[in-house]
Design a protein around this ligand. Structure first.
Ligand code: GTP
Ligand code: MG
Length: 338
């Protein structure tokens, strides 16, 4: 198959290397032939993401950014390849779905609520007030993902992005021992990074592809909490639009990562119980919102008596309704005793 660009026909070999290059495309600057000058033109014309390029028409992009039509055609194609935007057959969709795997939470009740556990290819959000168990679940999952398949794991590794500094290796150690796993091995299979602000958090996720390509056994990516930096840096109503826009982009990138690499993404979101809000949709009942605008599964956590916690799925028609109770014990996330 031949393609024509500014330089004339391309050889098959060039095409192959182009395709490979496109596989590594993460940002506009990675598109072949996009140097600082073109990047500037694209940005000024409002094309700041691969998504924006991918859905543009060549004519529109060429005119808006003042670049040759052939360049526009080429970068649109590359952006689409990078995002895997193309027709798929129903068979491909079926195979993708069948490839989806689940990670046990440690509680059968909670697994049941989730249709078997935390799904790969999906972003799962745990939201709830302080102490509701979000961070404990993240710790437990980064251990459980390492279990063999028959025990509810994926024989995989975890990436733990910590924005609040609440990660505790001691807790991992306890959870590993409780499952008869070697704590040192378990700890060496968790890649940890503290994100110091929202830009850093975004940059870490930008670079994740590279780490995952190097270590394909990564099957879980955690961001605990995904919203705290954004809330702190963009306070108040007047910053809401800017905050949502930046957060949205970040979340979509995480969703894409989950789909591309068939891994589970788990994010947490502290949502204050609002005493002034007795009625209405709990997904809105926040000093911020849940991440309702991004595809994924949302699980609300509530404190109950003692070590018990209540989990409820919000807004997922394909999962059973209702609440389940689980417990946070010394050994980790478990079914509640009674
Ligand atoms: P924020 O991050 O503040 O929004 O809260 P969170 O939802 O992340 O809460 P987290 O997961 O930190 O849950 C805290 C609760 O887990 C505590 O109130 C304890 O009940 C329990 N917990 C935490 N660490 C341990 C532990 O080492 N042993 C036991 N038994 N329980 C623990
Ligand atoms: Mg926490």
């Amino acid at each position: 198959m031949e393609r024509v660009n500014q330089d004339g026909n391309m050889t098959t070999q060039e095409e192959v290397s182009n395709f490979n290059a496109a596989k590594k495309v993460k940002t506009l600057a990675d598109l072949s032939g996009v140097g600082p000058a073109i990047l500037n033109k694209l940005t000024e014309a409002g094309y700041t993401t691969l998504e924006a390029i991918a859905v543009a028409s060549p004519q529109e992009l060429s005119v808006a950014a003042g670049i040759p039509l052939s360049t526009a055609q080429r970068i649109i194609k590359e952006a689409r390849e990078a995002l895997d935007i193309r027709f798929k057959t129903a068979l491909e969709i079926k195979k993708e779905r069948l490839n989806t795997r689940k990670i046990t939470t440690g509680s059968q009740a909670l697994d049941g609520l989730l249709g078997g556990g935390i799904e790969t290819r999906t972003m799962t959000e745990f939201f709830g007030e302080f102490g509701s168990g979000k961070t404990q679940i993240c710790h437990q999952l980064s251990v459980n993902v390492q279990l063999p398949y028959e025990k509810g794991g994926l024989n995989g590794k975890a990436v733990y992005i910590d924005t609040e500094g609440t990660f505790r290796w001691e807790r991992i150690e306890n959870m590993a021992k409780a499952l008869n796993l070697d704590p040192d091995v378990v700890e060496s299979n968790i890649y940890y990074m503290r994100a110091i602000n929202s830009d850093h958090q975004i940059a870490i996720v930008d670079d994740l592809q590279e780490l995952i390509n190097k270590d394909p056994s990564i099957k879980l990516v955690i961001v605990d909490s995904v919203t705290s930096h954004f809330r702190a840096e963009y306070p108040g109503r007047e910053n809401l639009a800017a905050r949502q826009q930046k957060l949205n982009k970040h979340l979509h990138q995480l969703v894409r990562l989950a789909e591309m690499y068939n891994l589970a993404v788990v994010v947490t979101n502290q949502v204050m119980a609002r005493p002034d809000m007795f009625y209405g949709d709990p997904t809105q009942a926040v000093g911020g919102h849940t991440l309702y605008h991004v595809p994924g599964i949302r699980v609300q956590l509530k404190k109950s008596r003692g070590n018990k916690r209540i989990a409820r799925i919000v807004d997922a028609p394909h999962l059973p309704e209702g609440e389940v109770v689980f417990a946070i014990t010394e050994e980790g996330v478990r079914d509640a005793e009674d």
